[in-house]
Write a protein that binds this ligand. Structure first.
Ligand SMILES: NC(=O)c1ccc[n+]([C@@H]2O[C@H](COP(=O)([O-])OP(=O)(O)OC[C@H]3O[C@@H](n4cnc5c(N)ncnc54)[C@H](O)[C@@H]3O)[C@@H](O)[C@H]2O)c1
Length: 313
């Protein structure tokens, strides 16, 4: 069993990872500044530090916890914020991450797991499903920061014998999801449909994304504790789903009978991206276990129960 520090562990994805690491018997601590996460997402069994990854207090957390593994999910996650304020985005997502890597190197952390983004770093991929060898062509500073983060890990890996796994997610959805994240559309559709409110689709609704269920992202993070050294792998489903298909699937599940309202396409939005996942199978022994229907069903169920308390801080 390992001592694991999870950054961003009060957020959507990493709070589920914390649950899984605890269930597997690991000793888990969480660092999160609660800028977007919620304290109640973190189980009592995990020690919680309300600390910014950029703060000098992080040194004390490392001294106290002596982590063997760091799983890094803390980030500024809003692509539009990265466009409006690229310096802030880079401050958290690049400089904050370098700070963390430096502490890992100084304190002898053995392994680093990083949440990157296949959707954001490949831009509009030339080949679909996009393999890991796709050119890195981010369309927003958020993607540029994720790509920079990957380069820094690889460099620290060479410099300090730090073993690492980089996981490039598709659009992650599921319980506890934030509407701002890369797959925010599932959370937005769920709550709008359950309340019988208007549902808006931007553009023709034919844009393709790789919607991957959070439970599958968690199992990839469990596998990444012990498998694959120095790897960068896509974590998705291998399939592209259009917003129109997602709308239909979710309308059927929620009993929503209205038509969507089509609005003008948003500037800078990707048309088609989904990820090849063969490499994750080879290197991590990982495959997604939930298809879109199963994952969306679990998600809608969560939002049905959470009705009225959504998106409150
Ligand atoms: N949701 C997706 O579809 C998706 C896709 C690809 C990659 N990712 C990455 O996965 C990670 C988790 O994303 P999420 O969707 O769960 O978002 P989230 O906002 O729910 O989680 C991020 C957490 O980091 C915390 N945080 C932000 N800035 C911090 C700072 N300076 N110091 C300490 N904590 C800080 C937030 O409070 C939040 O709890 C992020 O790195 C994100 O870029 C997400």
């Amino acid at each position: 069993m390992s001592r694991i520090l999870v950054t961003g562990g009060a957020g959507f994805i990493a709070s589920h990872i914390v649950d899984a690491y605890l269930a597997a018997g690991h000793d888990v601590a969480v660092v999160d500044n609660l800028s977007n996460g919620k304290r109640e997402n973190v189980q009592e069994a995990a020690r919680f530090y309300e600390v910014d990854i950029r703060s000098p207090q992080l040194v004390e957390v490392f001294a106290e916890e002596k982590p063997e593994i760091v799983n890094h999910h803390a980030a500024q996650i809003d692509v539009r914020v990265s466009v409006e304020d690229p310096l802030f985005d880079a401050d958290v997502n690049v400089l904050g991450m370098i700070k963390l890597l430096e502490l890992c190197a100084k304190t002898g952390v053995k392994r680093f797991v990083f949440a990157s983004s296949g959707g954001a770093i490949y831009g509009e991929p030339a080949v679909l499903p996009a393999p890991e060898e796709s050119r890195i062509i981010p369309l927003a500073p958020y993607g540029a920061a994720k790509a920079a983060g990957e380069l820094y890990i690889e460099t620290f890996g060479r410099l300090h014998a730090l073993s690492y796994a980089i996981l490039r997610y598709g659009n992650v959805y599921g319980p506890r999801q934030d509407p701002l994240g890369e797959a925010g559309v599932v959370a937005i559709f769920s709550s709008a449909m359950l309340a019988n409110n208007d549902v808006r689709i931007y553009g023709a609704g034919e844009q393709l994304r790789d919607y991957v269920y959070v439970g599958d992202v968690v199992s990839a993070n469990v596998a990444a504790l012990t498998r694959g050294d120095g790897i960068s792998v896509n974590i998705g489903t291998g399939k592209g789903t259009s917003v129109n298909e997602l709308f239909k699937e979710m309308a059927a599940l929620t009993g929503y009978e209205r038509e969507p309202i089509y609005c003008p396409r948003r500037a800078g939005e990707l048309e088609r991206t989904y990820l090849a996942v063969k490499k994750a199978k080879e290197l991590l022994g990982w495959e997604p276990a939930n298809d879109l229907k199963t994952g969306v069903q679990k998600t809608v169920e969560y939002f049905r129960k959470a009705k009225g308390t959504l998106f409150t801080k």
